[in-house]
Design a protein around this ligand. Structure first.
Ligand code: SAH
Length: 269
């Protein structure tokens, strides 16, 4: 079974989410952000007046996400980057007194996706040293923070992009398989109640027959084994394997014990 591969052409809700990096100093961070985006299924990257771009270091850090980098749009201002957006979030670790309402990353992802139903939406990230200015933050409808250690809460820019894109992916595709895969799901159906009951009867018989379980002093052996196999949620194939094993043990017991004397020596071992 081929599971769905999410891409722009498949009409993913993530197609309407753009990542805006404001005044980035280090081209390596731009490349790493592109890679972070692509791994989570985002592709639209806008750069506001980057210090160095294009740049070989950006290409190197983008690894397989060179396409995201190649399509990156350069804008002169935040207003230009957000011109056609219906909703924008300023991503910042810092609380701003006059800023828009703050949201933690997970809650923000849900809201961003809901807003993406109505049009283009943006996540805006700041410069590595200065972060976002108050003016930039005030251009947005929400401030988004990544919950972090209070005494050291500033992530690397591309790491912050990764966390937000990851949360967006979780929110967008909750319940879907984590990666596209051509693996065939394992086919054996779960064992029925009766198959399980017959297995336990068989197991008990072999345990008693082998002397492992003394029916006069059963202790809590059977309930414990029931709990163990219960956790495994046995499938029909697995029950068949276990019962085959028990059959083999029983056959071994049924074989006549070899006599100490008079065993014909065939000359082979
Ligand atoms: N010294 C800057 C931090 C720059 S880190 C400051 O005080 O703002 C570069 C960018 O990464 C930030 O502008 C922000 O967009 C993002 N970032 C880093 N850590 C973050 C966090 N804990 N929560 C939200 N965004 C964060």
């Amino acid at each position: 079974m081929n599971l769905p591969v999410r891409s722009r052409s498949a009409g993913s809700p993530l197609d309407r989410v753009r990542v805006v990096l404001s005044h980035t100093s280090h081209p390596g961070n731009i490349g790493a952000a592109a890679r972070a985006m692509k791994t989570m299924g985002l592709s639209r990257l806008l750069l506001i007046d980057p210090k160095r771009f294009p740049d070989d270091e950006a290409v190197a850090r983008a690894a397989g996400a060179a396409d995201v980098l190649a399509q990156a749009e350069i804008c002169a201002s935040l207003d230009a980057a957000l011109a056609d957006c219906v909703f924008a979030c300023a991503v910042s670790a810092r609380h701003r007194n006059l800023g828009p309402p703050p949201l933690a990353a997970r809650a923000a992802a849900a809201e961003i996706l809901a807003r993406a139903g109505a049009g283009e939406v943006a996540l805006v990230f700041g410069n590595e040293t200065a972060g976002l200015s108050n003016i930039e933050v005030q251009r947005c409808q929400r401030t988004v923070f990544i919950p972090a250690a209070p005494d050291y809460s500033s992530l690397n820019l591309a790491s912050a992009v990764q966390v937000l894109c990851y949360e967006l992916r979780l929110a967008a595709f909750a319940g879907l398989p984590p990666v596209a895969s051509k693996a065939v799901p394992f086919a054996s159906p779960p064992a029925s109640h009766q198959e399980v009951a017959l297995f336990f009867a068989h197991l008990e018989r072999v345990m008693i027959g082998s002397g492992f379980l003394d029916p006069q002093r059963p202790r809590r052996l059977l309930p414990k084994l029931r709990r163990l196999f219960g956790r495994a949620e046995l499938e029909r194939d697995e029950i068949n394997i276990l019962r085959g094993l028990l059959d083999a043990v029983e056959r071994k017991f049924a074989e006549p014990a070899p006599h100490a004397e008079g065993v014909p020596n065939s000359g082979t071992i």
